[in-house]
Design a protein around this ligand. Structure first.
Ligand code: URP
Ligand code: ZN
Ligand code: ZN
Length: 466
């Protein structure tokens, strides 16, 4: 069955204009003016609507465990669909003593295949950098997993990585076209500051931000950049949050290094004041790196507009408030016991549209690039993120006239709160197609569990092409 979307305004990373979009089978057959349907085709009149490529969220945690507490998983991926995201890329922590590919593939079989409601790919998180694991990196890329993250933060956790692991990954990754990503925060600085704050009785959620100020992120960003320079390899810095880290990235790029980075929707609209909310509500906003002040938010908007950062992800992490986010409360507990991360899978596009496009901070084309096109390119997903013939028919019909309020009450993330509760929302994804099948109709999820499929990434993604 084919679908012809007529009379909408097609927005791409390059520009926008009136055009029709023809979906045939799983692919986009044509984008052009005055396309005519064949008999039996569904025709959708998208007058007054914008047509966007389905989003690619390259930073999602469906398997993250913190202090023994685990987030919601792929069974909540329909939240992505109603938010206009049709492809997710999930971080899988390597299990100690096991190989890279086997860890991802076991997880994929048990936790994603047959469950996910949107398409999905994976990043490896290397936690056990033995020689044979480093040697496995090219095979990992060949198997469809061409990206690997290392956590510079989280001292004492099994997933923390030292500099030697990062450098080895950069060297070996470069041979195979693997994009090495880092969570850049200095683990020792955080550890010392955390212990000092706790000793002083400063244990509430707000002190999470005090324990990891911008300098912590800037130092690790700079160090990772030097490691990449030594290996002469590209580097991707995930969730950049502050002016100082941005300056390191810009300076390295200007020196000729292939250094790239993303930020996340919550860093663009929330700030440290949220961590100070009463009744322990501040715990909802404990994520790492920490939320920053308005000055940094402004710097991030400028950075995404000017292409100093090339993607906006969710860093979705579905810990609930009632139990999991309370793990830092009570005798002998502190902010350091609160699971890190916040849910935001569903509202990435809503936040970017309302607070980016509608407030004149980014253009619609820039939104499309940051939300879909670049994340697909960075991760070697060659049929995702673009409205062009031959690409997967992942399409969002966006209604700019909708007005509402974001609330956990109508959220599919399966978490008991959203950090954007009460935020005004302008516009919404009205209809969403996943490889040609309608999965959201009138802003309601109508797809099926297991409808999403695994998409193998190709090595030598955008960080290698410049
Ligand atoms: O606080 C966060 N971001 N939690 C998820 C894990 C990570 O550091 O990305
Ligand atoms: Zn992180
Ligand atoms: Zn993350």
């Amino acid at each position: 069955m084919a679908v012809l979307i007529k009379n909408g305004t097609v927005v791409t990373a390059e520009g926008e204009g009136k055009a029709d979009v023809y979906l045939k089978g799983e692919s986009i057959a044509a984008v052009g003016e005055d396309l005519s349907p064949e008999s039996g085709d569904e025709v959708i009149d998208a007058t007054g609507k914008y047509i966007l490529p389905g989003g690619v969220d390259q930073h999602v945690h469906f398997s993250f465990t913190y202090n023994g507490s685990k987030v919601r998983g792929f069974e909540t991926s329909n939240a992505a669909a109603v938010g206009g995201t049709t492809t997710l890329i999930e971080f899988v922590n390597q299990e100690k003593g096991r190989g890279l590919v086997e860890t991802i593939e076991d997880y994929r079989k048990t936790d994603a295949d047959g469950i996910s409601m949107v398409d999905y790919a994976f990043h490896m998180v290397m936690t056990d950098p033995r020689d044979e694991v480093i040697d496995e990196i090219p095979a990992m890329a060949e198997a469809g997993y061409p990206t690997m993250k290392l956590f510079m933060a989280y001292k004492g956790m099994f997933f923390h990585a030292d500099d030697d692991a990062i450098l080895k990954a950069l060297y070996k990754g470069k041979e195979a076209g693997v994009t090495i990503m880092v969570h850049a925060e200095n683990a020792d600085m955080i550890d010392v500051a955390t212990k000092k704050l706790i000793a002083e009785g400063k244990t509430g959620p707000y002190y999470h931000a005090v324990s990891r100020p911008p300098v912590v992120e800037a130092e690790a960003t700079r160090r990772a950049i030097y490691l990449a320079e030594m290996a002469d390899a590209p580097l991707y810095v995930v969730h950049v949050t502050c002016r100082e880290a941005l300056e390191e990235i810009k300076a390295a790029y200007s020196r000729g290094q292939r250094i790239f980075g993303e930020t996340c929707s919550h860093y663009l609209v929330l700030d440290t004041e949220d961590l100070a909310r009463p009744d322990y509500e501040g715990a909802k906003y404990v994520c790492s790196p920490a939320l920053r002040t308005k000055e940094h938010r402004d710097a991030l908007w400028e950075a995404v507009d000017r292409k100093w950062l090339n993607a906006i992800s969710s860093d979705h992490c579905g810990f609930d408030f009632a139990v999991q986010k309370h793990m830092g409360r009570g005798e002998g507990k502190s902010f350091a016991d609160i699971p890190n991360g916040a849910p935001s899978l569903q509202n990435r596009l809503n936040i970017l549209w309302t607070y980016g496009v509608c407030e004149g901070k980014i253009s619609r084309s820039r939104l499309v690039d940051l939300f879909a096109t670049m994340p697909a390119k960075i991760n070697g997903l060659h049929k995702k993120g673009q409205l062009s013939a031959g690409f997967d028919a992942d399409v969002v019909i966006f209604d700019p006239d909708y007005e509402g309020v974001i609330t956990a009450a109508n959220n599919l993330e399966g978490v008991d709160y959203t950090p954007f509760e009460g935020f005004k929302q302008k516009g919404r994804p009205e209809t969403v197609f996943l490889r040609g099948e309608k999965i959201v109709d009138n802003a309601r999820y109508i797809g099926r569990r297991g409808q999403g499929k695994f998409i193998a990434g190709k090595p030598f993604g955008a960080s290698y092409e410049w």
